[in-house]
Design a protein around this ligand. Structure first.
Ligand code: PLP
Length: 387
């Protein structure tokens, strides 16, 4: 009689003790993201699985793309969810739109510009990093001067810099880029659906976002859009995209609704459900209403902070309504306050990142969490923590 191979193999790692069913603590997420998902998104995430080539799923994918076009205000056919977090969609822009040796100008006015610089180097681009102090934005004059000087193939700007809370205008930047035959890539991770954003009217060539900020969906799926100039650049590449997983030529053949829908990788089905529901909520509310809600609640926060004697890092005309950086007053240890708020109120706010570590707190009022009652709760907790 044949003995089972199962019996022959002896386990070398012992079975761990029994774990209780998962029960994460309840938190009010008012940091730089993630924020609390909308309850309808959480429900969508737990809906039953269907196959990723099932026509019912492909229909959901088409709905998601339509809703994304509305949210970004674009008619770009190539508007898709990338499997991965915001950094995956960021990397998709870098690896598809740049070829080795291409000049890549990156606006670095905070943490995330530096991530783009790092990615550009890894894909062999000739990277020029354009710097202004963290918290400031780039003027059209500065951008034009450097575009004229360096003649980049691609300029990348962070529309909403989550490390500083500054909002970078894009319209003039796009006009300058096109005058010099350069593509504009915009990071809209912390602006999508929370801050006015018009991809087509502003002529932005490519943009990416994350799901976990103003869309109020968990992290793990990342919107990406390529306009006609970006697609042209992709089509005319001299060499293959150096990242197989993020090669948009390959992904396009799965997502193209008129094509064969050939398999590339298994789509993260439930994350797609979540994003679809999050975007449906954006459309239900209406973009203008949603932008106004973010602005109204940010104004309430800024008024409350001023009453507590706290100052914001970014001047109000460039300040994001979705992410506020508060200057840490002298003599206060920044992390003591964030820990106090988490431990005593279950409220998460963010510490400073990079150059701003220890100097600012980061408060996010994004998507579902941009509510009056959230602002009031947050201000009471912050006041208590500062006593
Ligand atoms: N860009 C910006 C402006 C961000 O705020 C973030 C994340 O917070 C990213 C890119 C990277 O996104 P992710 O952390 O989802 O990979």
């Amino acid at each position: 009689m044949q003995t089972s191979t199962l019996k022959q193999a002896k386990l070398v790692i012992e079975k761990p003790p029994l774990f209780e069913p998962l029960d994460p603590p309840s938190r009010l997420l008012c940091g730089p993201g993630p924020c609390n998902p909308h309850p309808r998104v959480l429900k969508a995430l737990s809906m039953q699985e269907i196959g990723h080539l099932d026509s019912a799923f492909l229909h959901i994918m088409e709905e998601t793309k339509t809703l994304l076009r509305y949210t970004w205000q674009t008619n770009n056919e190539f508007t898709i969810p990338v499997s991965g977090t915001g950094s995956a969609a960021m990397e998709a822009c870098v690896c598809n739109l740049l070829e080795p040796g291409d000049k890549f100008l990156v606006g670095c006015n905070g943490y995330f510009g530096h991530r783009l610089v790092e990615m550009g180097h890894r894909y062999g681009a000739s990277v020029v990093s354009l710097q202004v102090p963290w918290g400031q934005i780039f003027s059209a004059e500065v951008l034009e001067e450097h575009i004229r000087k360096h003649r980049p193939k691609v300029l990348a700007l962070i529309h909403a810099e989550t490390s500083t809370g500054a909002c970078q205008p894009l319209k003039e930047a796009a006009d300058i880029c096109h005058h010099y035959d350069c593509l504009l890539v915009a990071d809209t991770v912390t602006s999508i659906s929370g801050v006015p954003l018009h991809i087509d009217q502003w002529n932005v060539d490519a943009a990416y976002a994350g799901s976990q900020k103003c869309l109020s969906c968990p992290p793990g799926i990342a919107p990406l859009t390529f306009g006609p100039r970006a697609l042209d650049k992709l089509r005319k590449r001299r060499c293959k995209v150096k990242n197989w997983y993020l090669d948009m030529n390959l992904i396009a053949s799965y997502l193209n609704k008129n094509g064969s829908r050939s398999y590339h990788h298994t789509a993260p089905i439930n994350m797609c459900y979540g994003l679809r529901e999050a975007l449906a909520l954006v459309a239900e509310e209406g973009l203008e209403q949603r932008w106004l809600r973010h602005e109204r609640n940010a104004l309430l926060l800024w008024k409350g902070l001023a009453e507590l004697g706290l100052e914001c890092l970014v001047p109000q005309q460039h300040r994001l309504p979705t992410l506020t950086t508060i200057q840490v007053p002298k003599g206060i240890q920044a992390t003591a306050v964030t820990s106090y708020m988490l431990q005593n109120f279950g409220i998460e706010i963010g510490n400073g990142l990079g150059e701003l570590e220890g100097k600012v707190w980061r408060v996010g009022l994004m998507g579902y969490n941009s509510r009056t009652e959230v602002v009031k709760t947050l201000l009471v907790a912050l006041q208590t923590a500062l006593l």
